[in-house]
Design a protein around this ligand. Structure first.
Ligand code: G3H
Ligand code: ZN
Length: 330
Protein backbone atom coordinates (compact mmCIF):
# COMPACT_ATOMS: atom_id res chain seq x y z
CA UNK A 1 0.00 0.00 0.00
CA UNK A 2 1.80 3.11 -1.18
CA UNK A 3 0.36 5.64 1.33
CA UNK A 4 3.20 5.54 3.81
CA UNK A 5 4.13 6.81 7.26
CA UNK A 6 7.05 8.63 8.82
CA UNK A 7 9.44 5.67 8.84
CA UNK A 8 9.35 5.37 5.04
CA UNK A 9 9.37 9.15 4.59
CA UNK A 10 12.58 9.34 6.65
CA UNK A 11 14.23 6.96 4.16
CA UNK A 12 13.23 9.29 1.31
CA UNK A 13 14.84 12.25 3.10
CA UNK A 14 18.00 10.19 3.73
CA UNK A 15 18.16 9.45 0.01
CA UNK A 16 17.41 13.09 -0.84
CA UNK A 17 20.30 14.27 1.38
CA UNK A 18 22.65 11.73 -0.21
CA UNK A 19 21.61 12.47 -3.79
CA UNK A 20 20.96 16.21 -3.44
CA UNK A 21 17.32 16.28 -4.53
CA UNK A 22 14.17 17.73 -2.96
CA UNK A 23 10.60 16.54 -2.65
CA UNK A 24 8.10 19.13 -3.84
CA UNK A 25 5.70 19.28 -0.89
CA UNK A 26 2.43 20.10 -2.60
CA UNK A 27 -0.59 21.57 -0.83
CA UNK A 28 -4.00 20.27 -1.79
CA UNK A 29 -7.13 22.33 -1.36
CA UNK A 30 -9.49 19.89 -3.07
CA UNK A 31 -9.39 16.50 -4.81
CA UNK A 32 -8.67 17.51 -8.43
CA UNK A 33 -5.35 19.01 -7.34
CA UNK A 34 -4.54 15.78 -5.45
CA UNK A 35 -5.38 13.60 -8.48
CA UNK A 36 -3.26 15.74 -10.81
CA UNK A 37 -0.32 15.57 -8.42
CA UNK A 38 -0.50 11.78 -8.21
CA UNK A 39 -0.62 11.48 -11.98
CA UNK A 40 2.33 13.88 -12.44
CA UNK A 41 4.49 12.22 -9.76
CA UNK A 42 3.76 8.72 -11.06
CA UNK A 43 4.59 9.77 -14.63
CA UNK A 44 8.00 10.96 -13.43
CA UNK A 45 8.71 8.08 -10.99
CA UNK A 46 8.94 10.55 -8.13
CA UNK A 47 7.66 9.93 -4.64
CA UNK A 48 4.93 12.38 -3.70
CA UNK A 49 4.50 14.48 -0.58
CA UNK A 50 1.03 15.99 -0.27
CA UNK A 51 0.22 18.66 2.31
CA UNK A 52 -2.95 19.67 4.12
CA UNK A 53 -3.15 22.91 6.08
CA UNK A 54 -5.58 23.42 8.93
CA UNK A 55 -7.70 25.58 6.61
CA UNK A 56 -7.74 22.88 3.94
CA UNK A 57 -8.90 20.31 6.53
CA UNK A 58 -11.66 22.67 7.67
CA UNK A 59 -12.71 23.23 4.05
CA UNK A 60 -12.82 19.51 3.31
CA UNK A 61 -14.79 18.89 6.52
CA UNK A 62 -17.20 21.80 6.02
CA UNK A 63 -15.77 23.54 9.09
CA UNK A 64 -14.71 20.41 10.99
CA UNK A 65 -10.94 19.86 10.50
CA UNK A 66 -10.97 16.32 11.94
CA UNK A 67 -13.76 15.28 9.56
CA UNK A 68 -11.82 16.91 6.71
CA UNK A 69 -8.62 15.07 7.60
CA UNK A 70 -10.42 11.73 7.81
CA UNK A 71 -12.18 12.31 4.48
CA UNK A 72 -9.03 13.46 2.67
CA UNK A 73 -6.92 10.74 4.31
CA UNK A 74 -9.28 8.05 3.03
CA UNK A 75 -9.45 9.67 -0.40
CA UNK A 76 -5.65 9.90 -0.67
CA UNK A 77 -5.14 6.34 0.55
CA UNK A 78 -7.70 4.91 -1.88
CA UNK A 79 -6.35 6.72 -4.94
CA UNK A 80 -2.70 6.16 -3.97
CA UNK A 81 -3.24 2.40 -4.12
CA UNK A 82 -3.28 2.66 -7.91
CA UNK A 83 0.23 4.02 -8.15
CA UNK A 84 3.71 2.51 -7.82
CA UNK A 85 5.24 5.43 -5.97
CA UNK A 86 5.41 6.37 -2.32
CA UNK A 87 2.68 8.82 -1.34
CA UNK A 88 3.03 10.78 1.92
CA UNK A 89 0.98 13.37 3.76
CA UNK A 90 2.38 16.31 5.73
CA UNK A 91 0.17 18.46 7.95
CA UNK A 92 1.28 21.97 7.03
CA UNK A 93 1.57 25.01 9.37
CA UNK A 94 -0.15 23.44 12.36
CA UNK A 95 -0.69 25.62 15.42
CA UNK A 96 -3.42 23.90 17.47
CA UNK A 97 -2.06 21.27 19.94
CA UNK A 98 -5.50 19.69 20.32
CA UNK A 99 -5.84 19.13 16.56
CA UNK A 100 -2.25 17.84 16.41
CA UNK A 101 -3.04 15.30 19.15
CA UNK A 102 -6.04 14.13 17.12
CA UNK A 103 -3.86 13.77 14.02
CA UNK A 104 -1.42 11.58 15.98
CA UNK A 105 -4.23 9.44 17.40
CA UNK A 106 -5.79 8.97 13.95
CA UNK A 107 -2.31 8.09 12.63
CA UNK A 108 -3.11 9.49 9.18
CA UNK A 109 -0.19 11.87 8.44
CA UNK A 110 3.39 10.86 7.67
CA UNK A 111 4.66 14.12 9.15
CA UNK A 112 3.39 17.22 10.95
CA UNK A 113 4.75 20.75 10.84
CA UNK A 114 4.39 22.65 14.10
CA UNK A 115 4.54 26.34 13.28
CA UNK A 116 5.48 28.33 16.36
CA UNK A 117 7.96 30.51 14.49
CA UNK A 118 5.97 33.66 15.31
CA UNK A 119 6.72 33.07 19.01
CA UNK A 120 9.92 34.24 20.76
CA UNK A 121 12.77 31.67 20.66
CA UNK A 122 12.16 30.05 24.07
CA UNK A 123 8.41 29.67 23.45
CA UNK A 124 9.08 28.30 19.96
CA UNK A 125 11.44 25.71 21.47
CA UNK A 126 8.91 24.77 24.17
CA UNK A 127 5.94 24.49 21.78
CA UNK A 128 7.91 22.53 19.17
CA UNK A 129 9.39 20.21 21.83
CA UNK A 130 5.90 19.57 23.21
CA UNK A 131 4.77 18.28 19.79
CA UNK A 132 7.86 16.06 19.45
CA UNK A 133 7.02 14.61 22.88
CA UNK A 134 3.38 14.03 21.85
CA UNK A 135 4.63 11.82 19.00
CA UNK A 136 7.16 10.05 21.26
CA UNK A 137 4.52 9.41 23.95
CA UNK A 138 2.27 7.83 21.31
CA UNK A 139 5.13 5.63 20.02
CA UNK A 140 4.33 7.05 16.61
CA UNK A 141 6.70 7.24 13.62
CA UNK A 142 5.21 10.56 12.46
CA UNK A 143 8.04 13.00 11.66
CA UNK A 144 7.97 16.51 13.10
CA UNK A 145 8.98 19.62 11.18
CA UNK A 146 9.54 22.80 13.19
CA UNK A 147 10.38 26.29 11.95
CA UNK A 148 12.95 28.84 13.05
CA UNK A 149 12.94 32.32 11.53
CA UNK A 150 9.97 33.95 9.89
CA UNK A 151 8.77 33.96 6.28
CA UNK A 152 6.95 36.99 4.94
CA UNK A 153 3.54 36.74 3.27
CA UNK A 154 0.23 34.94 3.62
CA UNK A 155 -0.20 31.16 3.74
CA UNK A 156 -3.64 29.90 4.64
CA UNK A 157 -4.30 31.03 8.24
CA UNK A 158 -0.71 32.27 8.80
CA UNK A 159 0.30 35.85 7.94
CA UNK A 160 3.61 37.65 8.53
CA UNK A 161 4.39 41.20 7.48
CA UNK A 162 8.10 40.86 8.17
CA UNK A 163 10.81 38.31 7.40
CA UNK A 164 13.42 37.20 9.96
CA UNK A 165 16.25 35.15 8.52
CA UNK A 166 17.28 32.01 10.42
CA UNK A 167 20.48 32.25 12.47
CA UNK A 168 22.77 29.19 11.96
CA UNK A 169 23.95 28.85 15.58
CA UNK A 170 20.42 29.32 16.89
CA UNK A 171 19.28 26.64 14.40
CA UNK A 172 21.69 24.15 16.02
CA UNK A 173 20.36 24.95 19.51
CA UNK A 174 16.77 24.77 18.22
CA UNK A 175 17.12 21.34 16.61
CA UNK A 176 19.13 20.03 19.54
CA UNK A 177 16.58 21.15 22.14
CA UNK A 178 13.39 20.35 20.22
CA UNK A 179 14.45 17.04 18.67
CA UNK A 180 12.65 18.07 15.46
CA UNK A 181 13.18 15.73 12.47
CA UNK A 182 13.08 18.53 9.88
CA UNK A 183 13.90 22.23 10.12
CA UNK A 184 12.05 24.89 8.14
CA UNK A 185 14.36 27.86 7.57
CA UNK A 186 13.85 31.44 6.46
CA UNK A 187 16.32 32.33 3.70
CA UNK A 188 14.43 34.97 1.74
CA UNK A 189 11.48 33.11 0.21
CA UNK A 190 7.98 34.46 0.62
CA UNK A 191 4.54 32.89 1.02
CA UNK A 192 1.90 33.79 -1.57
CA UNK A 193 2.31 35.51 -4.93
CA UNK A 194 6.01 36.41 -5.10
CA UNK A 195 8.44 36.97 -7.97
CA UNK A 196 11.81 35.26 -7.84
CA UNK A 197 13.51 38.35 -9.26
CA UNK A 198 12.36 40.44 -6.28
CA UNK A 199 13.30 37.95 -3.54
CA UNK A 200 16.40 38.51 -1.46
CA UNK A 201 17.38 34.85 -1.44
CA UNK A 202 20.24 33.71 0.78
CA UNK A 203 21.57 30.29 -0.41
CA UNK A 204 24.75 31.22 1.47
CA UNK A 205 22.72 31.24 4.69
CA UNK A 206 21.17 27.84 3.87
CA UNK A 207 24.76 26.64 3.40
CA UNK A 208 25.84 28.09 6.78
CA UNK A 209 22.85 26.50 8.54
CA UNK A 210 23.63 23.12 6.97
CA UNK A 211 27.31 23.34 7.91
CA UNK A 212 26.54 24.46 11.49
CA UNK A 213 24.12 21.55 11.95
CA UNK A 214 26.57 19.02 10.50
CA UNK A 215 29.40 20.38 12.67
CA UNK A 216 27.20 19.41 15.62
CA UNK A 217 26.44 15.94 14.22
CA UNK A 218 22.94 16.89 13.03
CA UNK A 219 21.99 15.69 9.54
CA UNK A 220 18.61 17.41 9.68
CA UNK A 221 16.80 17.82 6.33
CA UNK A 222 15.97 21.48 5.70
CA UNK A 223 12.65 22.80 4.42
CA UNK A 224 12.01 25.72 2.09
CA UNK A 225 8.60 27.32 2.52
CA UNK A 226 7.16 29.94 0.17
CA UNK A 227 8.67 28.40 -2.94
CA UNK A 228 6.00 29.16 -5.56
CA UNK A 229 7.82 32.22 -6.93
CA UNK A 230 11.31 30.70 -6.69
CA UNK A 231 12.68 30.12 -10.20
CA UNK A 232 14.28 26.79 -11.29
CA UNK A 233 17.88 28.07 -11.15
CA UNK A 234 17.26 29.67 -7.75
CA UNK A 235 15.76 26.44 -6.44
CA UNK A 236 18.60 24.31 -7.72
CA UNK A 237 21.08 26.59 -5.95
CA UNK A 238 19.15 26.12 -2.69
CA UNK A 239 19.03 22.33 -3.14
CA UNK A 240 22.82 22.18 -2.88
CA UNK A 241 22.55 22.99 0.82
CA UNK A 242 20.52 20.20 2.42
CA UNK A 243 17.06 21.39 1.44
CA UNK A 244 15.00 18.23 0.90
CA UNK A 245 11.45 19.57 1.10
CA UNK A 246 10.22 22.42 -1.10
CA UNK A 247 6.75 23.74 -0.27
CA UNK A 248 4.39 24.89 -3.00
CA UNK A 249 0.78 25.88 -2.62
CA UNK A 250 0.12 29.21 -4.36
CA UNK A 251 1.30 27.88 -7.74
CA UNK A 252 -1.28 25.09 -7.75
CA UNK A 253 -4.03 27.44 -6.55
CA UNK A 254 -3.28 29.69 -9.51
CA UNK A 255 -3.13 26.81 -11.99
CA UNK A 256 -6.49 25.51 -10.73
CA UNK A 257 -8.33 28.80 -11.24
CA UNK A 258 -6.48 29.80 -14.40
CA UNK A 259 -7.29 26.48 -16.07
CA UNK A 260 -11.01 26.85 -15.31
CA UNK A 261 -10.88 30.50 -16.40
CA UNK A 262 -9.26 29.59 -19.73
CA UNK A 263 -11.92 26.97 -20.40
CA UNK A 264 -14.86 29.24 -19.62
CA UNK A 265 -13.30 32.21 -21.45
CA UNK A 266 -13.13 30.25 -24.71
CA UNK A 267 -16.91 30.48 -25.08
CA UNK A 268 -18.54 32.49 -22.28
CA UNK A 269 -21.96 31.95 -23.83
CA UNK A 270 -21.71 28.25 -23.10
CA UNK A 271 -22.28 29.40 -19.51
CA UNK A 272 -23.98 32.83 -19.43
CA UNK A 273 -26.64 34.10 -21.87
CA UNK A 274 -25.62 36.62 -24.52
CA UNK A 275 -26.70 40.25 -24.29
CA UNK A 276 -30.43 40.68 -24.79
CA UNK A 277 -31.29 37.28 -23.30
CA UNK A 278 -32.68 37.36 -19.79
CA UNK A 279 -30.31 35.83 -17.22
CA UNK A 280 -33.14 33.74 -15.78
CA UNK A 281 -31.15 31.06 -13.99
CA UNK A 282 -33.89 30.52 -11.37
CA UNK A 283 -36.16 29.05 -14.09
CA UNK A 284 -33.19 27.41 -15.82
CA UNK A 285 -33.88 29.73 -18.77
CA UNK A 286 -37.40 28.34 -19.27
CA UNK A 287 -38.75 31.38 -21.13
CA UNK A 288 -35.82 31.79 -23.56
CA UNK A 289 -34.53 29.84 -26.55
CA UNK A 290 -30.92 30.02 -25.29
CA UNK A 291 -29.55 27.21 -23.08
CA UNK A 292 -26.19 26.73 -21.39
CA UNK A 293 -23.93 23.99 -22.79
CA UNK A 294 -23.61 20.95 -20.54
CA UNK A 295 -20.51 19.78 -22.42
CA UNK A 296 -18.76 22.85 -20.94
CA UNK A 297 -20.47 23.55 -17.60
CA UNK A 298 -20.34 20.02 -16.21
CA UNK A 299 -17.73 20.57 -13.43
CA UNK A 300 -15.94 17.39 -14.47
CA UNK A 301 -14.96 19.07 -17.76
CA UNK A 302 -12.96 21.79 -15.97
CA UNK A 303 -11.90 19.20 -13.38
CA UNK A 304 -10.28 17.02 -16.03
CA UNK A 305 -8.43 20.02 -17.51
CA UNK A 306 -7.28 21.01 -14.01
CA UNK A 307 -5.98 17.52 -13.22
CA UNK A 308 -4.09 17.39 -16.53
CA UNK A 309 -2.55 20.82 -15.99
CA UNK A 310 -1.56 20.13 -12.36
CA UNK A 311 -0.01 16.83 -13.49
CA UNK A 312 2.12 18.63 -16.10
CA UNK A 313 3.15 21.38 -13.67
CA UNK A 314 4.11 18.87 -10.98
CA UNK A 315 5.97 16.66 -13.46
CA UNK A 316 8.10 19.66 -14.50
CA UNK A 317 8.75 20.55 -10.86
CA UNK A 318 10.01 17.04 -10.08
CA UNK A 319 12.57 17.49 -12.86
CA UNK A 320 13.68 20.83 -11.44
CA UNK A 321 13.92 19.49 -7.88
CA UNK A 322 15.62 16.25 -9.00
CA UNK A 323 13.09 13.87 -7.43
CA UNK A 324 12.09 12.52 -10.88
CA UNK A 325 13.30 8.95 -11.27
CA UNK A 326 14.16 8.67 -7.57
CA UNK A 327 11.15 6.79 -6.18
CA UNK A 328 12.14 4.20 -3.59
CA UNK A 329 8.86 2.33 -3.87
CA UNK A 330 8.64 1.00 -7.42
O1 G3H B 1 3.56 25.77 3.43
C1 G3H B 1 3.27 26.01 2.24
C2 G3H B 1 4.19 26.76 1.37
O2 G3H B 1 5.16 27.38 2.13
C3 G3H B 1 3.46 27.61 0.39
O3 G3H B 1 4.31 28.52 -0.27
O4 G3H B 1 2.75 30.29 -1.06
O5 G3H B 1 4.96 30.00 -2.11
O6 G3H B 1 3.19 28.31 -2.46
P1 G3H B 1 3.76 29.30 -1.53
ZN1 ZN C 1 4.66 27.53 4.33
Amino acid sequence: MPFYGGEELATVYDEALDEGFGLIASNIAEPSIMMGLMEGADRMDSDLLLQLSGGACKFAGDGDPVAGLKAMGTYIETIAERYDIGVFLNMDHQTDPEFIQQQIELDIPSSIMIDASHEPFEENVATSREVVEMVEDANSDILIEAELGQIKGVEDEIESEEAFYTDPEQAVEFVDRTGADLLAISVGTQHGVAKGKDLELRPDLAHDIRVALRDHGLDTPLVLHGSSGVQPDQLQEMLKHGICKVNKDTRYQYEYTRTAYDLYSEDPHAIVPPEGVEDARDTFFNETDWSPDKSVFDPRVAGRDIRARIADVHADLTTVSGSAGQTLFK
